[in-house]
Design a protein around this ligand. Structure first.
Ligand code: GLA
Length: 685
């Protein structure tokens, strides 16, 4: 089954919650959807209480009428299973199925996502409502896709969860001896002499065990995946030709390993709500989704992943018409909805969907916007929604070819979780921010990057960036060696390759997994306070050298020659700065491209020591950055020149999006502020 074909052209629409509105609004909804060019809506995401008002009592007549109306209007349905929000009667009947937080508080109904995936009662209730829906709508002509649950992410610490965790641990570690060793339980007298003694990492007196915390995150992801699989099995049995997905939520709190999950869905769907830098955040989210979509179907986690160019489809399932920025919402700027949607589509999304179709008049998210805002269709938002709906069908040809990329950045959920442990050398360590920086640097310099797992086949990439990959397995470290010895250019930044898969330090000098590849040995870390910036200079500032250092010019020509400036020197005419982090690096085969030259104090004792190094390895080169560079310095190290507009190539087509306030020229044509162009690509030069 080609799930992509089943979905037709680019998908356009959003979450449609007719249960929030009287029936006379539904007809207007369909008329407006047609006017806006909507062709797909996600229905019933949180409608369990309406579908099953009392245990085993179903009321589906209203949903029949909604689906019929949509079908008559030519709109396809991504039908949700409503299991992310069990009705109040359910929690009252099964209090043991309500979430328990890590401090032992049992939550009460009244919001959403208050469930425990380990509770037998919850699992049975989910299986029941899913079967009821699938039996009722299996032959409905509007049914185009299943939307299982919503944004999996609820972590529970109840006794059901603890039982399931122990079963998972037995499968992972085999014996208690192996678990005690992996978790280093000899520290603080944590040795377990029976499986029953182990719980989830509940509130405890001081620092929790980091290896236990890491295994718990892995377990929660796997346990929720089982819950997804259970629903998927029912849906597949009754509707074998209908694609099945679930919408991934992005965020550091999310206990889901999306790469593993991507192998289980027919289409990878993400929800994306950028906040402070929407264009760069959008490119990052889209490139992540494309990377997940490339995960090989049903493969074990340690199997090599194929190049993302050949992945399964992915879709922006939710975005908002407003921007949530923390303390306050921001209305999207004129054209911003289209520009960000276009950026997702350029980077591979099968369309652009929203939360939600019609802004709610009440309920918790009444101010979260809608394609039809509170004002109604006579509004700037709705006019822009109609414009975007008219644009999408014209992009089909441009979306036929795969996204062209010029670099890869490694991303691993488990490394992220490991770097969220307490007790690390700095509480300010932020893996996601380090990866985002690497991505932002490439993005702002016109290099489209794939975000891939460290086990992925990297051989097609001229350049691979490895930001702060704290935890890495032996097999993945070997994969990096293979890549460089085959001719690749690898740029590794601080705190990578430090820990094994149990979050234990690799001994003998950091970064234990990558010392030979990088030709260095790091003796000590010197995290820097926020007000300290170290100066980085060329080594010949201290000792004259016969040749000037050449930076990380990629070993093979990049995909987009125009974005790389070729051979460069680093640092250039002026020194650069390093902040946040520094290290005492010894050269063991590498050469220093830059050294720390000040300030020299007792707290920053690294003057003259290597800060950035380069090491030839096989036919390739491995660079190491032991501090946080500015974005500009990072780009100079890579020899990149700025690209003022977002450019993405797909085969013969070029997507150009000008997110800024100034006019720019692209391929000899002017692109106005806020403007965009999707057109056949004219070869430069
Ligand atoms: C998520 C959820 C939606 C809604 C939006 C609001 O994406 O899936 O149900 O809560 O956030 O931004």
């Amino acid at each position: 089954m080609d799930w992509s074909e089943r979905l037709g052209g680019l998908c356009y629409g959003g979450d449609y919650n007719p249960e929030q509105w009287p029936e006379d609004v539904w007809k207007e909804d369909v008329e407006l959807m047609r006017r806006a060019g909507v062709n797909l809506v996600s229905v019933g995401v949180f409608s369990w209480a309406r579908l099953e008002p009392a245990p085993g009592v179903h009321d589906l007549g209203w949903l029949d009428r909604v689906l019929d109306l949509l079908h008559d209007g030519g709109i396809r349905v991504d039908l949700a299973t409503p299991t992310a929000s069990p009705p109040p009667w359910f929690g009252l009947a099964h209090p043991d199925a309500l979430t328990v937080t890590h401090d032992g508080t049992r939550l009460t109904h009244g919001s959403r996502d208050t469930y425990c995936v380990h509770s037998p009662a919850y699992r049975a209730a989910c299986a029941g409502i899913v079967r009821t829906l699938a039996e009722r709508y299996r032959d409905h002509p509007a049914l185009a896709m299943w939307h299982v649950h919503n944004e999996y992410g609820t972590t529970c610490h109840c006794d059901h969860a603890a039982d399931a965790f122990r079963i998972w641990l037995r499968a992972r570690h085999g014996t208690l001896e192996a678990l005690n060793d992996a978790w280093t339980t000899s520290f603080w007298s944590q040795h377990y002499s029976a499986w029953e003694q182990i719980t989830t990492p509940r509130a405890t007196q001081y620092l929790p065990n980091p290896s236990q915390a890491l295994d718990f995150r892995r377990f929660v992801s796997d346990a929720m995946l089982d819950h997804f699989r259970e629903q998927k099995a029912v849906l597949r049995e009754l509707t074998p030709d209908i694609p099945i997905t679930t919408n991934f939520v992005l965020g550091d709190w999310v206990p889901v390993n999306h790469r593993r999950w991507a192998a289980e869905v027919d289409l990878v769907a993400i929800d994306h709500y950028p906040s402070t830098d929407p264009p760069a955040e959008t490119a990052f989210a889209a490139d992540l989704a494309r990377g997940w979509a490339a995960s090989p179907a049903h493969a074990p986690t340690d199997a090599p992943a194929p190049c993302p160019a050949t992945g399964k489809p992915w879709l922006l399932m939710e975005q908002a018409v407003v921007t949530y920025t923390g303390p306050r919402m921001r209305a999207k700027r004129p054209g911003e909805i289209t520009r960000l949607s276009l950026s997702h589509i350029a980077r591979g999304s099968r369309g652009a969907m929203f939360f939600q179709w019609r802004a709610s008049r009440g309920g918790a998210e009444l101010w979260y916007g809608g394609m039809v805002p509170h004002t109604g269709p006579d509004s700037r938002i709705f006019r822009e929604i109609c414009d975007l709906g008219a644009l999408l069908p014209t992009l089909e040809d441009a979306c036929a070819a795969p996204v062209e990329t010029g670099a890869a950045i490694l991303w691993d959920a488990e490394a992220n979780w490991a770097l969220q442990a307490p007790g690390l050398p700095s509480t300010e360590l932020n893996y996601t921010e380090a990866v985002r920086q690497a991505h932002r640097v490439l993005y702002r310099h016109g290099v489209t990057a794939d975000l891939v797992h460290p086990s992925a086949d990297l051989s097609a990439y001229p350049l691979v960036l490895v930001p702060s990959l704290y935890l890495i397995s032996d097999a993945d470290a070997d994969n990096l060696r293979r890549y460089v010895s085959g001719g690749g250019t690898l740029v590794v930044s601080y705190l990578s390759g430090i820990a094994d898969e149990h979050a234990r330090v690799r001994l003998g000098g950091y970064p234990g997994a990558l010392r030979d590849l990088l030709g260095i040995r790091v003796e000590e870390f010197h995290p820097l306070p926020p007000d300290v910036a170290l100066t980085l200079s060329a080594p010949d500032v201290l000792a004259p050298r016969s040749t000037s250092p050449r930076a990380g010019t990629p070993a093979r020509p990049p995909t987009d020659e125009a974005t790389f400036s070729g051979e460069t020197t680093f640092p250039g005419d002026r020194p650069e700065t390093g902040t946040f982090w520094s290290e005492h690096v010894h050269l063991e085969g590498a050469e220093a491209l830059a050294v720390y030259t000040g300030p020299h104090t007792l707290d920053t004792p690294l003057s003259g020591q290597p800060a950035i190094t380069r090491h030839p390895y096989g036919s390739g080169t491995a660079l190491y950055i032991s501090t946080r560079l500015t974005d500009d310095a990072y780009a100079r190290l890579l020899g990149l020149s700025p690209a003022p507009v977002e450019l993405v190539r797909r085969g013969d087509w070029l997507f150009a999006v000008n997110h800024g306030d100034e006019e720019h020229e692209v391929d000899g044509e002017r692109l106005s502020p806020g403007g965009f162009a999707v057109r056949p690509h004219v070869e430069r030069g």
